[in-house]
Design a protein around this ligand. Structure first.
Ligand code: FMN
Length: 196
């Protein structure tokens, strides 16, 4: 955590479970990053691409060293104060790429430990809401501390349109709700770090 004019600035890493170019969930993260720059003082959000990570295989850990791309990812998580997940729902759960990334950073020493986190999701029917419960369950073992409220799951397909053809969030109400998530994550991160 860095301080600007004696005010702490928390570092948030943003991780998306979809690798799709036009991913709506990544669109949520782009929007969250823009909102944080425009109107949330005290947080910096960095998007971390999980697509270069190999499928987890502990044989790739040699003499206690991880492959460089895995080590770089682990360092990003370690150095963050909190985590913003955008988690699509695949078959009522988190996606395989997201679980893979989570597992790599969970190898000892567990990079997720004692960090604050928030989940946003979008997709069909419940807007990814069921995947959120699985992610919360995974977070128990990782010692991640999720904010409970506000919840953010958005049906991407119900009118009016929520995203443009590039997967950018265009719905003003959803942007307002995203901002509330960021404010809650900021407050909870500071509480956890004893800075509130
Ligand atoms: C393998 C697979 C399984 C899916 N399972 C679900 C599901 O259980 N529930 C749901 O609401 N949507 C499901 N979907 C739809 C995706 O959640 C939806 O397309 C979402 O927009 C994907 O996120 P993205 O736009 O960020 O790529 C599934 C999609 C795929 C590819």
């Amino acid at each position: 955590m860095e301080a600007v004019a004696s005010k702490p600035v928390i570092k948030v890493v943003a991780v998306c479970g979809s690798l799709r170019k036009g991913s709506f969930n990544r669109g949520l993260l782009r929007s969250a990053i823009q909102i944080s720059k425009d109107s949330v003082k005290g947080m910096e959000i960095e998007y971390i691409d999980i697509s270069p990570l190999p499928m987890l295989n502990t044989d790739l850990e040699v003499d206690g060293n991880f492959p460089p791309v895995v080590e770089a990812f682990r360092q990003k998580i370690l150095q963050a104060d909190s985590v913003l997940f955008a988690s699509p729902e695949y078959n009522y759960s988190v996606t395989a790429p997201l679980k893979n990334a989570i597992d790599w950073a969970s190898r000892p020493p567990n990079c997720w430990a004692d960090k604050a986190a928030a989940i946003v999701s979008t997709g069909g029917s419940f807007g990814g809401g069921l995947a959120q419960y699985h992610l919360r369950q995974i977070g128990i073992y990782l010692d991640l501390h999720f904010i409970n409220k506000p919840e953010f799951h958005l049906n991407a397909f119900a009118p009016p349109a929520k995203f443009d053809s590039n997967g950018n969030l265009i719905d003003p109400q959803s942007k307002d709700r995203l901002k509330e998530v960021l404010l809650s994550l900021l407050a909870f991160t500071l509480r956890l770090k004893g800075n509130s």
